[in-house]
Design a protein around this ligand. Structure first.
Ligand code: ZN
Length: 372
């Protein structure tokens, strides 16, 4: 099979989706620009006779178009097929936090990062980057967003509903940990873990007792020491989520529910942890140093991954250097197929596809290197 040819076709078609989204945004911006101020109030209604979409859909298309029009550089990257629409909108949204001078500089950096990373990694990078340029802005927005917390009930098909609770990332991490711990402590039965968590969460919300004891909540928060001491506003990193403004994280640290992870000031990778016996400690350090599965593009958090020996176990190599988190799927892929992986001395990790192509996967540092 001419693999390279089909590789290129897939890449070109994917870039085409971004280009089409960019062109739609440009067309819609032109459409709105041609309206009088009065007509603009009903811009979305003017789209309804043109396109077979709902009014809410029309509103969203116009909002997206006007967001993209704010940052011509981002729009150009979308039209060039370098980034997709979701990343483009996220970048525009993050840049709004900055002054125009900062935004102009950050725009290029974020586009460049987005062009080679998936959405989740790019978003985390963007948040960290913006935090670093203006820590206060990130904190202001966090407060604003926190004011928008709510509980929603969404009707699903087949007699089901979705109960959605929008809350701070930290509250959500704690609430999930609480539910998860209780669910895992339940006696084994025919239920899956997802079903058990749903049952536990329901019991807690309805004020009923749970069938397993309610232990202590624990979340992992990584913070450079200088931020903890208030000497720096470098963001903290909440495991499974991403960066949090330093003042928010300091509050948590003071409340004592965190696990302290020091980061190496030179590289920003997890350097040491202060709890647990050695073997658990090693596992924990590997999971903290490499926050996700090491497969390129996989965002499965390390704490839900297996810890894999990259070079097969030889009695001596259960070392942090040879251990990497791999989600169950990618662990099996490595074990049972012709995919392979290797650790390089500089800490990077390389995957080799069944047809022999090599792709590097470098860990995203969980904190930024210190500026000294
Ligand atoms: Zn994976």
């Amino acid at each position: 099979m001419p693999l390279d040819d089909s590789d290129e076709k897939v890449k070109a078609a994917f870039a085409g989706v971004g280009r089409a989204a960019g062109e739609l945004a440009i067309a819609l911006t032109g459409f709105v620009d041609g309206l009088t101020a009065h007509e603009r109030e009903y811009a979305e209604d003017l789209l309804l006779p043109l396109l077979p979409i709902t009014r809410m859909n029309a509103r969203r298309l116009l909002d997206n178009a006007s967001s993209l029009a704010e940052r011509p550089g981002v729009l150009a990257a979308l039209v060039d097929g370098r980034i997709d629409e979701r990343k483009a909108l996220m970048i525009v949204d993050q840049l709004r936090l900055l002054t125009e001078v900062q935004a102009v500089v950050a725009e290029g950096v974020l586009i460049e990062h987005a062009a080679r990373s998936n959405y989740t990694v790019t978003r985390q990078f963007a948040v960290r980057h913006v935090h670093r340029l203006d820590p206060k802005a990130a904190e202001r927005r966090h407060k604003e967003r926190r004011d928008a917390r709510l509980v929603e009930k969404v009707a699903l098909e087949d007699g089901m509903s979705l109960l959605r609770l929008t809350m701070t990332a930290l509250d959500a991490a704690m609430a999930f940990d609480h539910v998860d711990r209780i669910a895992r402590a339940l006696d084994k039965d025919e239920r899956t873990l997802d079903q058990k968590r749903a049952d536990v969460a329901k019991d807690l919300l309805l004020g009923r007792d749970t069938d397993a004891p309610q232990g202590r909540v624990c979340v992992y928060l990584t913070m450079p020491m200088a931020s903890f001491l208030g000497m720096s506003e470098e963001p903290a990193q909440l495991r499974g989520y991403g960066p949090l403004p330093a003042p928010v994280a300091r509050d948590v640290a003071v409340n004592g529910i965190w696990k302290r992870v020091l980061t190496d000031p030179a590289t920003g990778t997890a350097e040491d942890i202060t709890t647990y016996r050695p073997s658990a400690r090693q596992r924990e350090l590997v999971q903290l140093r490499y926050p996700t599965c090491t497969m390129i593009g996989c965002n499965q958090p390390a704490h839900r991954c297996d810890v894999d020996h990259c070079c097969p176990f030889d009695g001596m190599n259960t070392t942090v250097a040879n251990l990497r988190p791999k989600c169950r799927r990618h662990h099996r892929m490595k074990t049972h197929t012709d995919w392979s992986c290797a650790n390089l001395p500089d800490g990077t990790h390389t995957w080799t596809t069944p047809d022999g192509k090599h792709y590097p996967s470098a860990p995203e540092p969980i904190a930024d290197p210190a500026p000294f």
